[in-house]
Design a binder for this molecule. Structure first.
Ligand code: 13P
Length: 283
């Protein structure tokens, strides 16, 4: 069933666990993620970026594929369909109009005031339609570098003001986390994360969940994180398995066999992450 994330976040906060958000890039990945999470009895957030939506062929395509798979596969765990890292109001509007139940407006590269303005515009549209809004302050880099530069970290006072001025449902701070592989030692600032949690008093989101060990993920959950985003580890595991399969089966050209050869590896990562963040058996 497609749901809004509020209830899931409240339950996660009370239960001391987080909900996984897995990035999906095609129909098969949606199927794999839904099946793996159903097996674990774990609620799940399917995260789709605007680039992936373009790859799928449009917002409505994504919504219809997700909705049809939920029904055809008899998926009975709560599922959130989330727009990940939208940079503008129009993308959020299109997702909301198509039936997404959650959107992230990421105006973190703009000034504080511009970020507040655009987030408020999205809030206004989303709230009238029962859709949840996540926003980011500080910069979560994508190249694995820059994590030691405090200029990228969220400022505590700004975080508090940002949440007050926007009323967002969940907040994605920058605490040294990066998307992709960490190219230096990660330098997650859990003191800052805990302080932000105390100040903003709303559910927190950890981006860049890949290649963080269980202790770090558990520490983040302890500090108030209720949603952890995973993408790179899934892509990495799937592509390694497919590469291996193709090496051993040079004559195979059926795309179904090729795509399916990464299924087990992908699902294994999902099962591990669900255990690490405690979402297993929390349906
Ligand atoms: P990773 O690719 O590092 O797992 O980050 C995913 C993410 O945060 C998506 O928004």
């Amino acid at each position: 069933m497609l749901v809004n994330s509020n209830e899931l976040f409240n339950a996660a906060l009370k239960g001391g666990y987080a909900i996984p958000a897995y990035n999906v890039n095609n129909l098969e990945w949606i199927k794999f993620v839904l099946e793996a999470c159903q097996e674990d009895n774990s609620p799940v957030i399917l995260a789709v970026t605007p680039k992936s939506i373009q790859y799928f062929g449009g917002y409505k395509v994504v919504y219809n594929v997700v909705n049809s798979l939920i029904s055809e596969l008899n998926i009975n765990i709560p599922v959130v369909l989330h727009l990940d890292h939208a940079k503008d109001f129009d993308s959020c509007k299109k997702a909301i109009d198509a039936g997404f139940t959650s959107v992230m407006i990421d105006a973190s590269l703009k000034t504080f005031e511009q970020n507040v303005d655009i987030t408020n515009k999205v809030m206004d549209y989303a709230k009238k339609r029962g859709v949840n809004v996540e926003a980011e302050l500080g910069v979560i880099k994508t190249d694995g570098y820059g994590i030691n530069d405090r200029a990228y970290y969220s400022d505590l006072e700004d975080s508090k003001n940002f949440v007050i001025q926007t009323g967002i449902d969940s907040f994605a701070p920058s605490i040294g986390n990066v998307h992709g592989f960490y190219k230096e030692n990660d330098n997650l600032d859990f003191d800052l994360l805990g302080a932000i949690c105390k100040e903003v008093k709303i559910p927190l989101v950890l981006h860049g969940g890949s290649n963080l060990d269980e202790n770090k993920l558990k520490a983040a959950v302890f500090c108030g994180v209720v949603k952890v985003n995973f993408n790179t580890d899934l892509m990495h595991a799937w592509s390694l398995a497919v590469r291996e399969y193709l090496k051993k089966n040079v004559d195979v050209y059926d795309p179904r066999k090729i795509i399916l050869s990464g299924e087990d590896a992908l699902k294994e990562v999902i099962h591990k992450k669900n255990c690490m963040i405690g979402s297993k058996n929390r349906k």
